[in-house]
Ligand binder design. Structure first.
Ligand SMILES: Nc1ncnc2c1ncn2[C@@H]1O[C@H](COP(=O)(O)OP(=O)(O)OP(=O)(O)O)[C@@H](O)[C@H]1O
Ligand SMILES: O=C(O)C1=C[C@@H](O)[C@@H](O)[C@H](O)C1
Ligand SMILES: [Mg+2]
Length: 161
């Protein structure tokens, strides 16, 4: 099992797809799976049922994973202790991106309910998460100024090395 963790916009979804193809493992995109189960968007789940409800679904899904696969997690998966424990069942890869990378990638994004407020609010959320990602990771891969292909190949090389 390979878990990709990292802040919103770090490239988990993009890289997980390529990684699953190259390693010939099934792909599980957690945000997408929750949207499928709930029959609506993450944004809508947050606004109708609240973040607590979403987090509960996220934990249940994580704890239900059995098949060897590449898992693209949601950016907030490291917030709960239960989730951090569940991640130990696999290799945890942290896609580490600078604030500048995240801010420029998400500049026009309106789909992520927790990417909101002024620059300061967003930056605080980003900085508050960094230590959690680092502590949860088996492998830290910096993604700044690298293409998804280069990142994917680096992960495979370092997993085998
Ligand atoms: N290595 C990269 N270089 C340039 N752009 C990238 C790279 N990886 C991802 N992107 C772009 O950045 C945006 C965010 O990427 P992606 O959706 O994969 O992030 P994420 O980590 O899954 O975010 P979230 O946690 O919100 O699901 C997308 O528009 C994607 O095309
Ligand atoms: O960083 C977060 O807390 C989130 C990231 C997204 O992947 C989604 O899981 C949701 O928007 C929450
Ligand atoms: Mg994603």
């Amino acid at each position: 099992m390979i878990f990709l963790i990292g802040f919103m916009g770090s490239g988990k979804t993009t890289v997980a797809q390529q990684l699953s193809e190259k390693l010939a493992l099934p792909l599980l995109e957690m945000d997408e799976e929750i949207e499928r189960q709930e029959g609506t968007s993450i944004k809508d789940i947050f606004s109708r049922k609240g973040e607590g409800y979403f987090r509960q679904k996220e934990t249940e899904l994580l704890q239900s994973i059995k098949a060897d696969s590449v898992v693209s997690t949601g950016g907030g998966v490291v917030e709960r202790e239960d989730n951090r424990e569940a991640l130990h069942m696999g290799k945890v890869i942290y896609l580490q991106a600078s604030w500048e990378t995240i801010d420029s990638r998400l500049s026009n994004d309106t789909t992520r309910p927790l990417w909101k407020g002024n620059e300061q609010d967003k930056k605080e959320k980003f900085q508050g998460r960094l230590a959690l990602y680092e502590r949860a990771a088996d492998l830290v891969v910096n993604v700044d100024d690298k293409s998804p292909e280069v990142i994917t190949d680096e992960i495979i090389r370092r997993l085998n090395g």
